[in-house]
Design a protein around this ligand. Structure first.
Ligand SMILES: [Ca+2]
Ligand SMILES: [Ca+2]
Ligand SMILES: [Ca+2]
Length: 168
């Protein structure tokens, strides 16, 4: 009788996509369609922030082991990377500039998580950052206030010569 020993190596396939936290309360206009929705990340940042200020930490999970579950993060669209950056390992989104709410009041973008599988799988979540106001503007009179001031200003100017004349 011959004994054959077989070694079976179970190779982990990249069969799971990364997952961002999903909304447990499913909202759908059609009752029969029940699909979990990825939570949009809603956050805020006060204007005049220091460069490097942390805006959000956005992380996903992946049920695969090893490289198949190893996630890397990036931002989309590419245009947003002029304003913000994401740490590819931790998912920490930080500001690359000091925001001015009078110029930019809302920044919206996606964070994409991609795993390290040979055929990569991805997940996306939406982030919206409201830039909140600080009292950093010089007080200017409103156009209406300037209009009401004008008559009195011209009155002073035209009264001046007559004052001088009467003193002569
Ligand atoms: Ca995976
Ligand atoms: Ca400002
Ligand atoms: Ca302001």
């Amino acid at each position: 009788m011959t004994t054959v020993t077989l070694s079976i190596v179970v190779v982990d396939e990249n069969d799971h996509a990364p997952e961002f936290p999903v909304n447990p309360v499913v909202t759908s206009s059609r009752r029969d369609v029940i699909r979990p929705r990825v939570f949009p990340v809603v956050t805020s940042l006060a204007e005049n922030n220091p460069v490097g200020a942390v805006v959000a930490v956005v992380t996903a999970t992946d049920r695969d082991r090893g490289i198949n579950g190893h996630l890397t993060y990036w931002l989309r669209p590419a245009g947003v990377t002029g304003m913000l950056s994401v740490d590819p390992v931790t998912g920490t989104v930080s500001a690359k500039m000091s925001f001015d709410r009078e110029q930019t009041s809302l920044v919206e973008f996606d964070v994409v998580a991609v795993d390290g599988g040979r055929t990569t799988r991805t997940a996306t979540t939406h982030v919206s950052v409201t830039i909140t106001d600080q009292d950093d503007e010089v007080l200017m009179p409103s156009p209406a206030a300037v209009l009401t001031l004008l008559p009195s200003l011209s009155l002073i100017r035209y009264q001046m010569p007559s004052l001088y004349t009467s003193n002569l």
